[in-house]
Design a protein around this ligand. Structure first.
Ligand SMILES: NC(=O)c1ccc[n+]([C@@H]2O[C@H](COP(=O)([O-])OP(=O)(O)OC[C@H]3O[C@@H](n4cnc5c(N)ncnc54)[C@H](O)[C@@H]3O)[C@@H](O)[C@H]2O)c1
Length: 323
């Protein structure tokens, strides 16, 4: 049994600087709260499973877990890219510690096959990262096929994986975590892609429910986390077609390092900044969105012309107080 002495604590003991990712990452958790040899889950020898691992954030997470010495299982619909990530992982941790399972998370039978492969091979999942996602556009009266596609992947993909894996994870001897990838768009609901926003709002809701159910379960050693990336330069945001990362976006590596730091601290809401949006700005935007309901303002008043001046004043004053 791995000790869980510091899990969830917020001690900030001096720990060595994490190895830098090659590339352009500028976020460095330079003083991580819990070193990996003490963390019971993000720990060498344990098993991470990442969906949507062929690209972007999922790929970066798989590579980071491998660097930390975890065994890594990766799943994605894009088989060709997934095999490429598998090779990169094998170069870091050796082929025996990598499992590449092409999987469409929106198909329950493929998710069941994925679980069977991972448990046959390694007998556990310590980190379940529900990350596969798409951004096909659906507006309020247009794009019904995209609405179905987006919900099949972003929502039912997570439901399929959660329902298939969590019962097995609950019976493991050692602690485990579930990280579901949501979005700020599922919280503040900016106009533009109602289908994506609604799917991510559902992910927030189901992950909050999961966290509560796990917490209430006697002797539960599984926790849930809602990962809310900032603007990250990935396939979803144009990295396949544009060579240059926009200055405002973070690299997938930065986003993943930030996420891992917060998981180590035991945070549930992992609200990730980027080079354009500070955490304080997100906090104020989220509070404004909640106040639409509490104060009876029109829907999405942040984008309502009659509320423009009030919103701007609120942000100015809020930032002045927080800084
Ligand atoms: N990039 C951002 O700025 C940003 C911001 C907020 C949230 N997110 C979320 O982060 C997650 C990762 O996205 P990303 O930005 O790295 O994009 P990405 O396109 O680079 O990666 C997503 C991966 O999911 C895979 N995928 C799609 N449908 C699948 C399916 N049915 N089964 C299995 N795999 C499937 C894709 O093939 C791809 O490899 C998504 O859930 C996305 O909504 C991204």
């Amino acid at each position: 049994m791995i000790p869980r002495s510091n899990h969830g604590s917020r001690s900030r003991n001096g720990s060595p600087m994490r190895p830098a990712f090659p590339g352009t990452a500028s976020y460095r958790p330079d003083n991580i709260s819990i070193t990996d040899d003490l963390h019971p889950v993000i720990h060498a020898g344990r098993v991470a499973l990442i969906t949507g691992a062929a690209s972007g954030i999922g790929r970066a997470a798989a590579l980071e877990f491998a660097k930390l010495g975890l065994k890594v299982a990766i799943a994605d619909v894009n088989e060709e890219k997934l095999q490429g990530v598998g090779k990169a992982l094998a170069a870091t941790i050796g082929e025996a510690n990598v499992l590449v399972v092409p999987t469409n998370v929106s198909k329950l039978e493929e998710v069941i096959r994925l679980r069977d492969r991972v448990y046959e091979q390694w007998g556990e999942v310590a980190v379940l990262m529900n990350n596969a996602g798409i951004g096909d556009k659906g507006t309020s009266w247009d794009g019904i096929e995209n609405w179905r596609k987006v919900f099949d992947v972003n929502l039912f993909g997570i439901i399929n994986v959660q329902q298939t894996f969590v019962p097995s994870m609950l019976h493991q001897e050692n602690p485990a975590i579930v990280i579901n990838t949501g979005s700020k768009q599922g919280i503040t609901n900016p106009p533009g892609n109602a289908a994506y926003n609604a799917s991510k709002a559902a992910v927030k809701s189901l992950t909050e429910g999961l966290a509560h159910e796990l917490r209430e379960r006697p002797n539960s050693d599984v926790t849930a986390h809602l990962f809310i990336p900032g603007w990250t330069f990935t396939g979803l945001t144009g990295s396949d077609s544009k060579a240059e990362k926009p200055a405002g976006a973070w690299t997938p590596e930065e986003t993943v390092l930030y996420m891992l730091d917060k998981v180590r601290e035991g945070e549930f809401y992992i609200l990730v900044p980027d080079n354009e949006t500070k955490r304080e700005v997100d906090q104020l935007r989220i509070m404004w969105a909640a106040a639409d309901i509490a104060e009876g303002r029109p829907a999405l008043s942040r984008w309502h012309p009659n509320y423009k001046a009030l919103y701007e004043e609120y942000m100015r004053e809020g930032m002045a107080q927080l800084e």
